[in-house]
Design a protein around this ligand. Structure first.
Ligand SMILES: Cc1cc2nc3c(=O)[nH]c(=O)nc-3n(C[C@H](O)[C@H](O)[C@H](O)COP(=O)(O)OP(=O)(O)OC[C@H]3O[C@@H](n4cnc5c(N)ncnc54)[C@H](O)[C@@H]3O)c2cc1C
Length: 491
C-alpha cells in the first residue's frame, strides 16, 4: 500500500480502534477530538471521593480489546477485567426480587424456581440464542452489509434461515411473551432491547441474541472501570504513533472530484487521503458535509433513546444491591410508548443502578458506594428538561427509598446529572440519541449507514451510529470493517 495518511474525527472507542487498525497498516493517522480527553462517551470523572464512569457500564466481549492489543504488537499494554458473578439483580414493583447468575443451567434454574418457568424451555431458548448469535455474527456484525463480497460467505444460508425463522418479522416482545409463561421472564429478556436504545415492542426478535452475551456468557467489568477500555486503546494509539489533537473540533470535510482531500478544523486546514468519521453520522452530514447530498433514507430513521443519569456518591453500603440492578416499571409497554412515541419521561420509569465500587472498591470511600442511576429517556425535542428532571429525581428517590427501606436523599454526598441536552452537546450526538438510529423496525439493520461513503472516495465511518450498530463491541467491529474497506480501496 502506498504511504497514506488518515484523519479520524473523534476519539470514541470506535475512532480509537480504527486508528489502531489503520496505523498497523502503515498509515499515518491523526485524530481530531473536540473534547479534552480520549474515549468519547467512555470517560470517567471524580466527584469528591467517588469515581464514576460517565457513559457505558455494561461490557461484554472483552476479547475484542485483547484482539487490538495483540494486533498492535504492544509488549506492555495490559487489559484486565472481572468476569462478574452476577448478570443483574431485578426488583419488580410487586416486591419480588431476583438475582440472575450467568450460565444456561443457572439461568434456567433461577427462572424455574422463582418465576415458574419450564427449565428446559429456558435452556432451549438460550441455546437457540447462542446458535443465532453464532450464525448472524459473520454475516451481519463482523463485515459490511453493503459490500457483496463481505457478507456473501459460506455462513449466509444459515444466517438467513435463522433470521427468518427466529424473528425478523416478530418483535422481541412477541417472541418472549410467546416463549415464557411468566410475564416477568419476558420482561427480563425484553429489557435487552435497551442495550441498543430500542423498544422490545418494535425491535425484531433476532435482537434476542443479546441474551446470549448477557445471560449465557455474562457481563465483564474492566479493572480500573469502563474507562480502562479507552485508556488501553489510547495507549495503543500512542505506541503506534497516532497523533492526537484534543480540543480541536472538525468543522468541515473537504473533497474534490468525489474524493476526500482533508478536513477543516477550528484551528486550521489539514490534507489527507482518508477521513474516518467517528462522529454521529447524522451530524457528519449535517455539520461537516452541508453542501453534499446526505443519504436521507439512512438518516431519517427513528433515533435511539437517550438517557438521564444521576451520579450519586452514597455514604452507605447496600448489600441488597449488586453491580447491575434493575427496578422495573410496572407497565413496561407504557414506558416505551413514552420514550418513542409521546417523547416524555414516563411517570414510573425502569431504574437502572450500576455500582462499580462493588468490585472496584477504590471507586468509593470504604463506607460508601458510587451509584450510577439511569433511566432510558426520549431524545431531545425541546422538552422542559429542568422541570422534568426535578420531577423524575423525586420519583426515583421515593421509589428507591421504599424498595430499599431507607431514605436515600440524606445519603447523597455528591451529585451530578447527565441528560439528553448534555449528551448532544458534549458528544455531538443528534438530539442526545445514544446509538444513532434505533433498531425499531424489522429492516433497521439494513438502513444503518454503511461504514464507507458510496459517493466520496476515502470517506469512512466508525462508531455506534453506523453499521453494525450500538454498544462498545459493535463500535469495535465497525473499526474492523473500516480497516477491511480501506485495504480493498487503497491496495
Ligand atoms: C449514559 C450512557 C450509557 C451507555 N451505556 C452503555 C453500555 O452500558 N454499554 C455499551 O456498550 N454502550 C453504552 N453506551 C453507548 C456507548 O457510549 C457507545 O457504545 C460507545 O461508547 C460509543 O462509541 P463511539 O465510537 O460511537 O463514539 P462516541 O463515544 O460517541 O465518541 C464520538 C467522539 O467524537 C467526538 N466528536 C464529535 N464531533 C466531533 C467533531 N466535529 N470534531 C472532533 N471530534 C468530534 C466526540 O467529542 C466524541 O469524543 C452508553 C452511552 C451513554 C451516553
Amino acid at each position: 500500500m502506498k504511504k497514506l495518511n488518515a484523519i479520524v474525527i473523534g476519539s470514541g472507542v470506535g475512532g480509537l480502534a480504527t486508528a489502531i487498525r489503520l496505523a498497523k497498516l502503515g498509515i499515518q493517522v491523526t485524530i481530531f477530538e473536540a473534547n479534552a480527553f480520549p474515549g468519547g462517551k467512555v470517560n470517567s470523572k471524580q466527584f469528591g471521593a467517588y469515581r464514576f464512569d460517565m457513559g457505558p457500564s455494561v461490557f461484554t466481549e472483552p476479547h475484542l480489546i485483547e484482539e487490538l492489543i495483540s494486533l498492535s504488537g504492544s509488549k506492555d499494554a495490559t487489559f484486565q477485567f472481572h468476569q462478574l458473578e452476577e448478570s443483574c439483580r431485578y426488583f419488580f414493583s410487586d416486591g419480588q426480587e431476583l438475582t440472575v447468575f450467568p450460565g444456561v443451567e443457572k439461568v434456567a434454574d433461577t427462572f424455574s424456581k422463582s418465576l415458574g418457568e419450564n427449565k428446559s424451555v429456558v435452556a432451549e431458548f438460550l441455546e437457540r440464542q447462542r446458535k443465532n448469535y453464532e450464525a448472524v455474527y459473520p454475516v451481519f456484525i463482523a463485515v459490511s452489509l453493503h459490500r457483496f463480497k463481505h457478507w456473501f460467505n459460506r455462513h449466509v444460508p444459515n444466517a438467513l434461515l435463522r433470521l427468518t425463522k427466529y424473528g425478523l418479522l416478530s418483535s422481541m416482545h412477541k417472541v418472549n411473551s410467546k416463549t415464557f409463561s411468566n410475564p416477568k421472564t419476558a420482561q427480563i429478556f425484553d429489557r435487552l432491547a435497551t442495550y441498543n436504545g430500542s423498544s422490545p415492542y418494535k425491535t425484531p426478535g433476532m435482537l434476542n441474541i443479546i441474551s446470549h452475551l448477557e445471560l449465557n456468557v455474562g457481563p465483564a467489568m474492566p479493572k480500573g472501570g469502563m474507562v480502562a477500555i479507552s485508556n488501553t486503546l489510547y495507549k495503543l494509539c500512542l505506541d503506534l504513533g497516532v497523533n492526537f489533537h484534543f480540543n480541536e473540533k472538525v468543522t468541515a470535510i473537504s473533497h474534490s472530484n468525489n474524493k476526500i482531500t482533508g478536513v477543516q478544523t477550528s484551528l486550521g486546514k489539514y490534507d489527507s487521503d482518508i477521513v474516518v468519521s467517528n462522529m454521529d453520522v447524522h451530524f457528519t452530514y449535517e455539520k461537516l458535509l452541508s453542501n453534499f447530498a446526505a443519504p436521507s433514507l439512512n438518516l431519517k430513521q427513528e433515533k435511539s433513546s437517550s438517557a438521564i443519569v444521576f451520579y450519586w456518591g452514597i455514604k452507605k453500603q447496600f448489600p441488597k444491591l449488586g453491580v447491575h440492578n434493575i427496578f422495573f416499571a410496572e407497565n413496561y409497554k407504557a414506558e416505551f410508548k413514552a420514550i418513542f412515541e409521546t417523547k416524555e419521561i414516563y411517570t414510573d420509569p425502569t431504574i437502572y443502578i450500576h455500582i462499580s465500587s462493588k468490585v472496584e472498591q477504590v471507586d468509593a470511600p470504604s463506607t460508601g458506594e458510587n451509584w450510577f442511576v439511569m433511566i432510558n429517556a426520549p431524545i431531545n425535542v425541546g422538552q422542559d428538561w429542568d422541570k422534568e428532571i426535578q420531577k423524575l429525581r423525586s420519583h426515583i428517590l421515593n421509589k428507591l427509598s421504599q424498595a430499599l427501606g431507607e431514605q436515600i436523599e440524606p445519603l447523597i454526598e455528591v451529585e451530578e446529572i447527565n441528560e439528553p441536552r448534555k449528551i448532544e452537546a458534549v458528544y455531538n450526538g443528534k438530539q442526545g440519541s445514544i446509538y444513532g438510529n434505533s433498531s425499531n423496525s424489522s429492516f433497521a439493520a439494513f438502513y444503518r449507514h454503511p461504514n464507507f461513503s458510496k459517493k466520496l472516495k476515502g470517506l469512512y465511518f466508525s462508531g455506534v451510529t453506523v453499521h453494525p450498530g450500538g454498544g462498545i463491541p459493535l463500535a469495535l467491529n465497525s473499526a474492523k470493517i473500516v480497516e477491511r474497506c480501506v485495504i480493498e480501496d487503497f491496495r
